[in-house]
Design a protein around this ligand. Structure first.
Ligand SMILES: [Zn+2]
Length: 85
């Protein structure tokens, strides 16, 4: 599982997983799908969801959802027009 997302601070592609420094961080890691990452360029360290780190942005999901909705509406529209004819 590589990190393909850019750094939130400097936009550099030098992010890598950071080790948990304390028990609370380890506990959070187990509870939710987020991990600590560190940037090799600007030394940023912070939490990021695994999905985001893997390059899967929520915006892409929203676009796909609406594209699917438009296609569905298009198919339904054709079906209705054919029936009316
Ligand atoms: Zn950075």
């Amino acid at each position: 599982m590589g990190v393909s997302a850019p750094c939130p601070k400097c936009s550099g592609f030098s992010l890598h997983k950071s080790r948990s420094k304390n028990a609370i961080e380890k506990w959070i890691k187990k509870l939710i799908a987020i991990r600590i990452y560190r940037c090799g360029e600007c030394k940023w360290r912070g939490w990021m969801s695994i999905r985001r780190a893997q390059g899967e942005t929520p915006i892409r999901k929203v676009i796909l959802f609406y594209m699917g909705l438009i296609i569905l509406a298009f198919i339904v529209g054709i079906g209705l027009t054919t029936m009316l004819d």
